[in-house]
Design a protein around this ligand. Structure first.
Ligand SMILES: [Zn+2]
Length: 460
């Protein structure tokens, strides 16, 4: 083995310094600190009590009452977000859906969305689902008995056109993610910060029928080429007391679809890095899997159509309250929900202020990484990101999930790391603006190789 060069030793010592520097508070943006601090547990409580007061928010419930059912709930969410700031563009995202799967009749679905326009059209979503579900036995008996798809087996209603109005308070599932989304619409729109990215606060509907509202919106985004850069989806994020009695009010899980260096995994690492910097008392646990066993969430609807999305989930779930009439306000920890909102706020604000991530693929879709100039170096090239004044290079052992080293470089679009064998490490690059805001990391990974069958002589 060749001895490390002086340049590499110098570089590694720079990295050690950089890593120490990264842990300090001095590179936090005071505007983001203020934004994060302005998340209000009391406001979250007021929103949750209001959501509970509609008694059911089932996608198939009544729309005629002004106080009960999904029609009243969506109108209140719309009016509430409209009241926060004239900068917020609040609207229904409406679809006419025909019977299919768990949708048992013609129904008008309305996501409620609030758009906070940024300087660019690239979009960052913070979301939850405001619809609810309750069925006999709830999720507790589902998990215990573990049928594959209990909803699919339920008997069809006597009158398929009758509203499904049974009590379904859904305060944690997913009143919690909805309240978080609504509260962050307030906090961001009243922050006075001029974001580069456009922020979208999205309350989905139809989640319990198979992510229907999210899938419809993601389909629209593909058709209309809406540039969704990231989706922070929050579903069941308000309870810190597990059904087994274990309490954890200081951890949030972030589920991320693979493969290991997918943009969604990069987003989960980003949440850990930046959420942790602004909310150090709260631990972010990224999860290298799409979601929990047998469970789903709206982030997967975006993943399925190629968007970058992660799913926030409380640390310890109480399955007996989910999809059950017992999913009530008394199962919520407001301090815990507020901490989860702060992690979302810190990461989304950083991402929305940062330049877009740099590109690392050439026009043949290959990563721009070589062994030049010696044949034994790591030679990285990336495409400049608009607004970037610097870049941060990350690397880790090729057997590992978290970045181990990073170094900040200036406004350049290539770097040589001497004697770093590119086969042994994963490399990535993030863009940084003049205020120190970092994008998430784009990794240098090879696309999967296409497989072709070997031809043989017929009959051989
Ligand atoms: Zn849910």
């Amino acid at each position: 083995m060749r001895k490390p060069t002086l340049a590499l030793l110098l570089l590694l010592s720079v990295c050690a310094f950089e890593r120490r520097a990264a842990a300090q508070n001095s590179d936090r943006d005071p505007r983001i600190v203020k934004l994060v601090e302005s998340v209000s547990p009391e406001r979250l409580g007021v929103i949750l009590k209001k959501l509970e007061s509609f008694e059911t928010r089932s996608t198939l419930s009544s729309t005629t009452s002004t106080t009960r059912g999904i029609g009243a709930a969506r109108q209140w969410i719309l009016d509430e977000m409209k009241s926060y700031s004239p900068k917020l563009q609040v609207s229904f995202d409406t679809y006419q859906v025909v019977p299919q799967g768990r949708i048992t009749r013609d129904v008008e679905l309305r996501n409620v969305m609030a758009v906070l326009p940024g300087r660019s059209t690239r979009r960052i979503y913070i979301s939850g689902h405001y619809d609810t579900l309750a069925r006999p036995g709830g999720q507790g008996s589902t998990n215990a008995g573990a049928p594959a798809d209990p909803d699919a087996r339920s008997a069809p209603p006597a009158d398929p056109n009758a509203p499904l109005d049974n009590l379904a308070p859904g305060v944690n599932d997913d009143g919690s993610g909805t309240a978080l989304t609504i509260e962050l619409a307030r906090v961001f729109s009243q922050s006075g910060i001029d974001f580069d990215a456009t922020l979208v606060f999205m309350c989905h509907v139809g989640e319990e029928q198979g992510l229907v509202g999210a899938r419809l919106h993601a389909q629209k985004a593909v058709a209309q080429k809406i540039p969704i850069e990231a989706v922070f989806n929050n579903d069941i994020v308000g309870n810190d007391r597990g059904g087994n009695g274990i309490v954890d009010g200081a951890t949030i899980r972030v589920y991320a679809e693979g493969p290991e260096d997918s943009p969604s995994r990069a987003l989960a690492r980003f949440v850990q890095r930046w959420g942790g910097r602004y909310v150090p008392s709260h631990k972010v646990r990224p999860m290298s899997r799409p979601d929990r066993f047998g469970r789903g969430g709206d982030h997967s609807a975006y993943n399925a159509l190629g968007f970058t999305a992660v799913g926030f989930r409380e640390s310890r779930e109480n399955f007996t309250k989910q999809h059950d009439v017992r999913d009530t306000y008394d199962g919520i920890s407001l301090p815990y929900l507020a901490q989860n909102a702060r992690v979302n706020a810190a990461a989304a604000a950083t991402l929305a202020l940062a330049p877009p991530p740099p590109g690392v693929l050439n026009d043949r879709n290959q990563p721009m990484i070589t062994r030049a100039p010696t044949g034994y170096d790591a030679n990285l090239t990336w495409t400049a990101a608009p607004g970037a004044v610097a870049y941060r290079i990350f690397w880790r052992e090729a057997w590992g999930v978290d970045w181990q080293n990073d170094v900040r470089v200036g406004n350049v679009t290539s770097l040589v790391l001497p004697n770093m064998q590119i086969d042994d490490y994963v490399f990535g690059v993030a863009s940084i603006d003049a205020g120190g805001h970092e994008s998430f990391v784009t990794a240098y990974v090879s696309p999967p190789r296409a497989s072709t069958d070997i031809k043989t002589k017929p009959g051989s």
